[in-house]
Design a protein around this ligand. Sequence first.
Ligand SMILES: CC(C)(COP(=O)(O)OP(=O)(O)OC[C@H]1O[C@@H](n2cnc3c(N)ncnc32)[C@H](O)[C@@H]1OP(=O)(O)O)[C@@H](O)C(=O)NCCC(=O)NCCS
Length: 374
Amino acid sequence: MKLTPEPVAGAGIVLRPWELADADILPSLCNDPLIQRFMPLFPSPYTAEDALMWVTQGSAWSDTGVAFAITDEKSGEILGGTGLSSLHWTRSMAEIGYWVAASARGRGVAKATVAALSQWAYSKGFYRLELLAAKDNPASQRVALASGFRREGVRSKIAPDREGNRRDLVAFVRMRDDAPGPVRRLLPDFPGGVLTDGVVNVRPLRPTDVDDYLAIYELPEVAESTIGGEMTSDEAYRKCHTAESAWLSGDVAECVIEDAATGAFAGEISLRYWQPMLGEALIGYSLRPEFRGRGLMTRAVDLLSTWAFRDAGIVRVKAGTFRENDASRAVLTRAGFTWEAEARAFLPGPDGTRIDDIQYVRVSPDYQASVSKP
Ligand SMILES: CC(C)(COP(=O)(O)OP(=O)(O)OC[C@H]1O[C@@H](n2cnc3c(N)ncnc32)[C@H](O)[C@@H]1OP(=O)(O)O)[C@@H](O)C(=O)NCCC(=O)NCCS
């Protein structure tokens, strides 16, 4: 299939073929750090020669793809670039890609672009469009979900980076006959970005939390109760840099507990949505020693559970503790959980041993209301 770019109108934007005059502006737009980081096939640095090469030759590779400039509908200013590239054109599949100039971000340009280019592609006979984003590029993943592309999985080692390594990318897909509108997320964002009761804040884990996050897992009592192996600095880095992606995927809401008065990192808490079909999530947590004994964890567990019931429609929040962990059981009881079961040999322990899990649960108040009716 051979495609020729043509003007395509979208919300506040027009996609059009690249022109010779666009070469002047491209280096200043494409040397932006975020574009350099997430568009690894772009030259680095991006020079005037690269720009000239792109507008005269590179953007015209119509046998394997099609490229457009994203322009402002009114001023004609270049806002970014987009295109389709061939995966299996014989199977009516293509990959959609985009970048937006730093000065034009955060006002819906990428979303308008994906909507306009998708419609154009479907009108040309494509059925399945893919959008691939790095695990540590939540902005692009949000564009995908907001544009109705659902997360399909992870493409392992699909993308070479500038250092010669190969990186995983998250694959999102949208079919021609999918319903319009954004993808509904299992784990929505916190309203206003944070849960707070004035004493503790519970907010999403971020890339800047690596040191604090690692330090808490290095505490002996936390390391001993962590299932799945020792936390290394590489793992802490990976966790903090991909936490937003894991949240967007609906797997787990990884959070930091802050002392609301000072903003200090007091601990961590997570809610893993392990059984979406049953509406059941698992909560886990740990607090730095200097913040213990003040009821902070009880507050954090209550805030996160209340959000899970109210905003994520979760019905059961469960937590397991080791038999000897009286402090954790006291937190759960004070946060409205009740003992439910003793799961024998439920957890893998050190050296091939198994550990009993003492399980507590708190049930959504909506459900409790419905079962208490006659
Ligand atoms: C990713 C990128 C294209 C987003 O462009 P944009 O025009 O700012 O995105 P939009 O304004 O259309 O936002 C679309 C959605 O993404 C969300 N979003 C965009 N940037 C975000 C950010 N930095 N943080 C959180 N959310 C973000 C918006 O909130 C919006 O979601 P909503 O409709 O649910 O509110 C831009 O940041 C960019 O060019 N990055 C570098 C290159 C790149 O990553 N390209 C994609 C490679 S896969």
